[in-house]
Design a protein around this ligand. Structure first.
Ligand SMILES: [Mg+2]
Length: 206
């Protein structure tokens, strides 16, 4: 397991504050009540099309996406790098690992965050704005000639684990993001760890 596919939100960065704010703007647009952090983490799921189909089935998705991007771009809430990310990325680079991002967050936002946080150069490619990662991942593997047996996929949500399993990639769930531990556990990742620091140690012990 040499190379790494990272989910972005909740795995490399903490973007929950602006995501919750933007989601609440969408819910308000749809005439639905706002969610607090706990409710959002319990209800939100990927693909987000499923989440909005449940929460606001009467509003066309295209409208909701426009509203989300507008509210996300306007949010003053910060996106921060998770504590262990930088050290993990530096070590992975030293170990000559190829690194990729696969994210459902808007592509422009993800790339801009990577630049702002000074970590853009670690990644060979960004595949962001991907609604259904499971449907998309074969394309990512083909484009970069990646062998699933040489990969690790790290994510913080059930959809990440399902995506990895679908592509026969070793799945690592981290607890720094959106889904709660018991929810991730139920999805049976190959490895469940508190954060990237623990994964770094696990990799160096191998
Ligand atoms: Mg995530």
């Amino acid at each position: 397991m040499k190379h790494i596919i990272f989910d972005w939100s909740g795995t490399v960065v903490d973007d929950l504050p602006p995501v919750i704010e933007a989601t609440n703007a969408v819910l308000q647009y749809a005439g639905r009540p706002a969610m607090d952090r706990e409710t959002f983490r319990r209800r939100f799921k990927l693909p987000y099309t499923q989440f909005y189909a449940e929460e606001s089935p009467h509003v066309p998705l295209a409208e909701l996406e426009i509203e989300f991007r507008r509210a996300f771009a306007a949010s003053q809430e910060p996106v921060t790098i998770l504590n262990a990310s930088l050290a993990f990325l530096e070590q992975a680079q030293k170990d000559s690992r190829r690194m990729f991002v696969l994210s459902s967050a808007p592509a422009q936002a993800v790339v801009a965050q990577a630049h702002t946080l000074g970590i853009h150069h670690f990644f060979e490619a960004f595949h962001a704005g991907i609604v259904d990662k499971k449907a998309y991942i074969p394309q990512l593997l083909a484009e970069h000639s990646l062998d699933p047996a040489e990969l690790i996929y790290i994510g913080d949500m059930v959809h990440d684990i399902e995506t990895a399993r679908h592509a026969n990639i070793f799945s690592v769930a981290v607890l720094t993001g959106y889904d709660y531990p018991e929810v991730l556990q139920n999805a049976r990742p190959d490895l469940l760890l508190p954060d990237l620091e623990h994964l770094g140690r696990w990799l160096s012990d191998r």
